[in-house]
Design a binder for this molecule. Structure first.
Ligand SMILES: [Zn+2]
Length: 278
């Protein structure tokens, strides 16, 4: 898992930094990777005025700003944790407080906030290994939720299941945020953002540069080089006319481009000819 402050989301949003007080206790990385979502029950500004004194989560956001308050790797402070009982903040890799108010009927945040949240969740899938899944269905059990006795807090999911929880599903806590959130919609959007940006980016990053030629040089290289230069059996066709292209594993229509090492080697080959002959 990545530690410290993030600078951008995988969707390209800027992550601002407003460091807030926290006890500096490391997150328990042996526990399943969990994230907890809260609603500020007000604006981002009203949340920040509290978090700068206490109870800060790792991230707070609205439709315009994503702000990181606590570095990844240490615990956030937005859940209650009673002495003795079950570990709450200690096993949560990322807590997010979003601007707005929880609702008892099925709801999603406004479009901009939902998009920023989905982007941050997709980012945390990679940075903190929190899967884009939920241990519970979207349909909430009957009220009351704002009690430590609420059934979802007392089940066996906490501490055994990875994914995203609402504060309403954290043991030893009484807050009921984010209420009857439409998690499915949000997590599906986060998955799309991960596919569009994260996974594509990750695979390009991992592609070998292939600057060094393989050993031994494959047979097709000389065939390709002769064709490029219009030499050998390609002489009568002149230089690399696509009409007379030999059968090659690279560089044709719909094929992968000729590897970087091959171009480099071809350059070396012709460069040695440019000098004066003895
Ligand atoms: Zn909360």
């Amino acid at each position: 898992m990545q530690k410290g402050f993030l600078t951008t989301t995988i969707g390209g949003r800027k992550i601002e930094h407003i460091p807030c007080p926290h006890p500096g206790v490391p997150v328990d990385l042996k526990a399943p990777a969990v994230g907890v979502l809260h609603t500020i029950e007000g604006s981002l500004g009203s949340g920040l005025s509290v978090f700068q004194r206490h109870f800060a989560p790792h991230f707070a956001l609205d439709g315009r700003r994503i702000i990181q308050l606590i570095p990844l790797g240490v615990i956030g402070c937005a859940c209650e944790n009673r002495p003795g009982g079950i570990e709450t903040n200690r096993v949560v890799r990322a807590q997010i407080e979003i601007a707005g108010n929880s609702q008892k009927k099925s709801w999603v945040p406004d479009a901009e906030t939902a998009e920023a949240l989905a982007d941050l969740m997709a980012t945390l899938e990679r940075a903190a290994e929190i899967p884009l899944t939920r241990p519970f269905a979207d349909k909430m059990p009957p009220l009351p939720w704002a009690t430590v006795k609420f059934s979802r807090r007392g089940g066996r999911k906490w501490g055994t299941t990875a994914g995203w929880f609402g504060h309403v599903e954290v043991p030893e806590n009484e807050h009921w945020d984010p209420g009857a959130l439409e998690w499915k919609t949000l997590l599906a959007r986060a998955g799309e953002i991960a596919d569009d940006n994260g996974r594509a980016l990750a695979s390009t990053n991992h592609q070998p540069r292939a600057v060094k030629p393989p050993n031994p040089i494959p047979d097709w290289f000389l065939v390709w080089l002769n064709w490029r230069l219009g030499e050998g059996k390609f002489k009568r066709f002149g230089p690399h006319d696509m009409k007379h292209r030999p059968k090659l594993p690279f560089g044709g229509e719909g094929q992968k481009p000729v590897p970087v090492w091959a171009w480099r080697k071809a350059g070396e080959f012709t460069a040695t000819r440019r000098g004066p002959h003895p």
